[in-house]
Write a protein that binds this ligand. Structure first.
Ligand code: SF4
Length: 410
């Protein structure tokens, strides 16, 4: 198959926009960041939603907005507080970029979130998608968006069979989404049914601002369709508001589009961690700047060859040079980050070289709870038996704990 959008694109755009706006007016989810037009709040939600599901983000966003309700508060927060608020969301470069961007807004825009698209795009960590989302949702500008959800929806509707990561196809998709949002900014007044008060509340628009808000609603309708109906597997075409316009549906290509080349194969990695307790305090260390999971806390650990069968293999030193004795299995954490399938075998242990080494900290349970841990190591903490407040699980009770970071937003 070799179909390109340009042939029927012009004809499809008006129909698509009308149907999408109409569908969104009755199907938009009531998400907390949709109840506001505060660009700061929308920016935080978009940063958190990159690679993360909506239901995961909601409590994080609500807590962040409670603790750091303004740009200035984000700019001035301590690194410890920022990482704690992001703990578990993964991709921690995002939160460090949020702070750098907040500091840039204070320094260059007197603390007011910039409205100019190029100024938004110049903020650290803000790419074309995020800038388009903020500009359209907060400022109602006709700026396009293109993320994984929108790529899936558009390649299917237009039957685009080339790889969306290729430059030419990617440019074509941006052109389509640009046409859609520009058309939306012009035609809203012709819609047969005006939006209900409920929709206006749910999508952060006002009655007066309704026409202007069509750019926001069109972009959000594309994201929403990808999240709720045009899902990666088993799209619900029978419920889709644009199914009569969809090339993939007519030709039965839903499972083949988007045509993304071979995904990288999963790589297995194995780590051993050591849980050492001394008089109610636990040995932990903080990861340095410039490495994966920088600034987060963890138990001493070391990576071992993926082929080793983990707990049975005797490993008595971690990557920082701590040496351990009395090493006994405690728990096994199974964890996925992007293409890595990680097995972390945690062991109870005693410290052999009892004199403190640089980089090690002995912290109580309450101090541990206030630190931001990487997801896998937080799961070790969660295995401590609360009533004894110490890691006393027997090996016979070991159960794998699984988690995944890097799911698409939906
Ligand atoms: S008809 Fe099916 S494949 Fe086409 S856009 Fe709708 S849900 Fe996606």
């Amino acid at each position: 198959m070799a179909v390109h959008a340009t042939g029927n694109q012009q004809h499809a755009v008006p129909n698509l926009v009308t149907k999408l706006l109409s569908w969104f007016s009755t199907h938009a989810r009531d998400l907390p960041w949709r109840r506001t037009r505060d660009p700061y709040a929308i920016w935080i939600s978009e940063s958190m939603l990159q690679q993360t599901q909506v239901k995961t983000v909601i409590p994080y966003w609500e807590r962040w907005m409670r603790e750091l309700p303004t740009i200035r508060a984000a700019a001035q927060a301590s690194p410890g507080k920022l990482h704690k608020l992001w703990e578990g969301l993964g991709y921690y470069t995002r939160v460090r970029n949020v702070q750098k961007a907040a500091q840039q807004i204070i320094a260059q825009h007197e603390g007011r979130f910039p409205e100019n698209f190029d100024d938004i795009l110049a903020l650290p960590g803000v790419g074309r998608y995020t800038a388009g989302a903020i500009a359209s949702i907060a400022f109602h500008q006709p700026r396009p968006i293109l993320d994984g959800n929108v790529v899936r929806v558009l390649t299917r509707i237009f039957g685009i069979t080339t790889d969306p990561r290729e430059k030419k196809t990617n440019a074509q998709l941006w052109r389509i989404t640009e046409e859609l949002v520009h058309y939306a900014s012009r035609i809203t007044s012709t819609l047969r049914s005006p939006p209900s008060a409920e929709l206006l509340r749910r999508t952060g628009a006002t009655e007066d601002g309704h026409h202007a808000s069509s750019c926001s609603r069109l972009n959000q309708s594309l994201m929403e369709l990808g999240a709720l109906i045009c899902t990666p597997r088993s799209p619900r075409c029978e419920l889709c508001p644009v199914n009569h316009l969809c090339v993939a549906r007519h030709r039965g290509w839903q499972a083949e589009l988007p045509k993304i080349g071979r995904r990288e194969t999963a790589t297995a990695r194995r780590f051993i961690a050591f849980v050492v307790e001394r008089r109610g305090r636990f040995l932990v260390r903080q990861r340095p700047a410039g490495v994966v999971n920088a600034h987060l806390w963890e138990f001493p650990n070391v990576e071992i060859g993926a082929r080793h069968s983990g707990p049975q293999r005797v490993v008595t030193a971690d990557s920082a040079g701590f040496h351990f004795t009395e090493v006994k299995p405690f728990t096994i954490i199974k964890h996925s980050i992007t293409r890595y399938r990680i097995t972390l075998a945690a062991h109870r242990a005693e410290l052999a070289n009892s004199r403190s080494k640089p980089g090690g900290h002995w912290l109580s349970r309450s101090q541990l709870a206030r630190r931001a841990f990487s997801s896998a190591h937080k799961k070790i903490l969660a295995q401590f038996e609360p009533e004894r407040r110490s890691p006393t699980r027997s090996a016979s009770k070991l159960r794998p704990v699984t988690s995944r970071i890097g799911d698409r937003r939906s």
